[in-house]
Design a protein around this ligand. Sequence first.
Ligand code: FMN
Ligand code: SF4
Ligand code: SF4
Length: 277
Amino acid sequence: MPVIELANCTGCLKCVKDCPSRAITIETGDIADTCIHCGHCIAICPERTVFPDQGEIVPLRPHSVTAEDFSLFTAGIRSCRSYQSKEIPENLLVELVTNIKHCPSASNARPLQITIVRTTEKIQLLNKLTEDSLIKLISFVTSPFISLLIKLFAPKMDLRKLKRYQKSFLAQRKINDSLICHHAPAVLLFHGPSSKTGMLEADANIWATYTSLHANSMGLATCFNGFIVKALGKNGKQNHHFDLPESNRIYAVLLIGYPKVKYKQECSRNGPKVNWA
Ligand SMILES: Cc1cc2nc3c(=O)[nH]c(=O)nc-3n(C[C@H](O)[C@H](O)[C@H](O)COP(=O)(O)O)c2cc1C
Ligand code: SF4
Ligand code: SF4
């Protein structure tokens, strides 16, 4: 929990008013155990007299991302499936994962970890394990009896699309290629303990989204990968190949690398339907 040094406190009450859990008694400098460790009191104190229990007080510096900059920047970000064979310097990967401390998370527990897979052998293994698992799963759901049940009870499931995926996995495998990691030089696995009540999947996707934006600001490109999450995320059977704890689940996956392609036009698609209530 943060610590308030009352000697320099002017009693402005900024910390008290901004505390989401009303945990601060400023007269005594006490913080109740309802504190959710959000750090707002540290960030808001004009006297820098609220101290974190970990790390230092880092003053914010001015920046200049306008709303127009953000819109133009995001318009150019696309999922990349064609990467140069250039490695990403380690310091950039470190910068990307270090910045994740700025991402929000449900309840501030932050048990998620990130594993950076970046050897060709391990990435090929990711491809193989994912394809094996999906090919098996698709064979099961498209088998005569199960597909009959699916048609009855989950008629929206597109079995023909699944079959098409299966066919392309097998076809690409024959030519020693893969549709999973698209030859990206690095793959980020966002993983954490299995939790029925937490929101780790949401945290992981938010962290991956921030990381994707950050990576694009460095001239890198990214692609989310749902195949790996679906194939390997549900149980920890294959975790040992990548030194993940067996009890962890993979909640989000992001491919990263230098793009081979450059887009000239925005994507022409509509925004979501918006309702006003
Ligand atoms: C959660 C999520 C999972 C995705 N999984 C994959 C994937 O496994 N393989 C892939 O090639 N693209 C994947 N994508 C990328 C989408 O196909 C892509 O965002 C969509 O086609 C729109 O294209 P754009 O991102 O270039 O605008 C995923 C995207 C999201 C958000
Ligand atoms: S860390 Fe957040 S919840 Fe805890 S005392 Fe500070 S503002 Fe309140
Ligand atoms: S924000 Fe800082 S100066 Fe203001 S009341 Fe809180 S501790 Fe004191």
